[in-house]
Design a protein around this ligand. Structure first.
Ligand code: G3P
Ligand code: CA
Length: 337
């Protein structure tokens, strides 16, 4: 019975249905298809596209400041190698927790890159913003919230925030309670109930439980909670059964699965099958916000003819409640908004 949800498959109709305009558009790391991820410029651009939520991945510095970066390393989106070569750890990485906020503010942020064998920077997305142009910096969670709240005031908008605690167990081991610091910041800025325009998200199962059972009560606040899931292995295998999802729904408001957990990446166009994950999660009252919708052909599953076809499948046929996207404008246009 344990893995029944993975065995259960439901054929998806290939007939187009009406467009679900109320599907939430979540700007994944900002308008990151156009400007380097998690920069203030990417967040402002996403805001101007009229999305529902803007995502923040959050990690902590040596001196306990919250900064908006995709993970707890600095070496794939900054020039840390050039500025602080002596800070390299034995595993070949540069860790955010080895740097103060003042030091991190000296770094230049660029498009995401990988290093080739000679140490040259190769952009992960070659058609996106050039690696070495313009000037971008790392900012704090509070600074980003102030940008979004400031724009809400000046435009009359009501765009929400969607922070993710990145590697909270790693931070706890280093004596830093990342989730508590994020949630305290949310409370400081008025996001303190389920009605607030904010979701807290994390991939770590035990951490989401701890947030629900200990951190939120200690801070005398509440906020919508999302359990992220993805990757290989069997870490989520108990959680994604119908029974596991029912248990999860007692404290989580939604799930954020990879697209592949809903429709296998090797599915055939015209004969799509999906797992029971969406139906089972929605049946117990949880929202489903899959990731990550990207227009690049190598990032689009082979069963989808185009970015819009991918949206058509997930929004109209599967019926997800929201999407994390690097291309908010194309998603808004698809939804007719
Ligand atoms: O948080 C949803 C989505 O962003 C998860 O993937 O790796 O981009 O944080 P990642
Ligand atoms: Ca994320």
């Amino acid at each position: 019975m344990k893995n029944i949800i993975l065995v259960l498959v439901i054929m998806i109709s290939t007939t187009a249905t009406s467009i679900a305009k109320d599907t939430l558009v979540i700007a994944h790391r900002g308008a990151s298809g156009y400007i380097p991820e998690h920069t203030i410029a990417a967040k402002a651009m996403a805001y101007a596209m009229g999305v529902d939520y803007i995502e923040q991945d959050v990690v902590m510095t040596k001196d306990d400041h919250l900064v908006v970066l995709h993970d707890h390393y600095l070496d794939r989106v900054t020039d840390v190698q050039e500025k602080y070569p002596e800070r390299l750890r034995e595993d070949g990485r540069y860790y955010v927790i080895d740097f103060t906020l003042a030091e991190i503010r000296t770094l230049a942020v660029s498009e995401r890159y990988r290093l080739d064998r000679r140490g040259n920077k190769i952009p992960v997305f070659e058609d996106r913003f050039p690696l070495d142009k313009s000037t971008f910096k790392v900012h704090t969670l509070a600074e980003e919230i102030e940008l979004i709240q400031g724009l809400n005031k000046s435009t009359g908008g009501d765009i929400g925030i969607y922070p993710e605690a990145k590697s909270p167990a790693f931070h706890l081991e280093a004596g830093k309670d990342l989730s508590r610091a994020i949630l305290q910041t949310l409370k400081d800025y008025g996001y303190d109930s389920k009605d607030a325009k904010a979701y807290y998200q994390t991939f770590e199962i035990e951490e989401l439980k701890r947030v629900h059972e200990e951190v939120l009560p200690a801070l005398e606040m509440n906020v919508k909670l999302v359990q992220l899931m993805g990757g290989g292995g069997d870490y989520y295998s108990d959680l994604i059964t119908a029974e596991g999802l029912e248990e999860l729904s007692k404290y989580a408001d939604g799930i954020g699965p990879s697209m592949g957990m809903i429709i296998p990446n090797d599915a055939e166009a015209g004969a799509l099958k999906m797992s029971g994950l969406v139906a089972n999660a929605q049946a117990v009252g949880m929202e489903v916000h899959p990731y990550t919708f990207r227009q690049e052909s190598f990032a689009t599953p082979p069963y989808a003819k185009s970015y819009e076809d991918l949206l058509e499948i997930f929004v109209n046929q599967v019926g997800v409640d929201g999407v994390f996207t690097d291309f908010p404008d194309r998603t808004m246009k698809f939804l007719g908004r």
